[in-house]
Design a protein around this ligand. Structure first.
Ligand SMILES: [Zn+2]
Length: 70
């Protein structure tokens, strides 16, 4: 069996640029061979994002978007 161990990393980060919210998202896959992890493949997205007006604000204030950074 040469499959070894596989691992996945997923993260999503929100940030504000040019007056709009954007998010950076990455899915990466790693495989472990002989005790070391090797990067296999990955997919990165960087897109604009528009929160709903009544959603919790992305800045972490706990307020609704429309009453905070909206
Ligand atoms: Zn905010």
């Amino acid at each position: 069996d040469t499959n070894g161990d596989r691992g996945r990393v997923h993260f999503r980060a929100y940030y504000r640029a040019g007056g709009q919210w954007r998010f950076l998202e990455e899915h990466s896959e790693f495989v472990r061979e002989s005790g070391r992890w090797f990067y296999v493949s990955g997919e990165t997205r960087d897109e604009s994002f528009k929160p709903g007006r009544n959603d919790a604000c992305l800045c972490g204030s706990g307020r609704k978007f429309k009453r905070c950074c909206g």
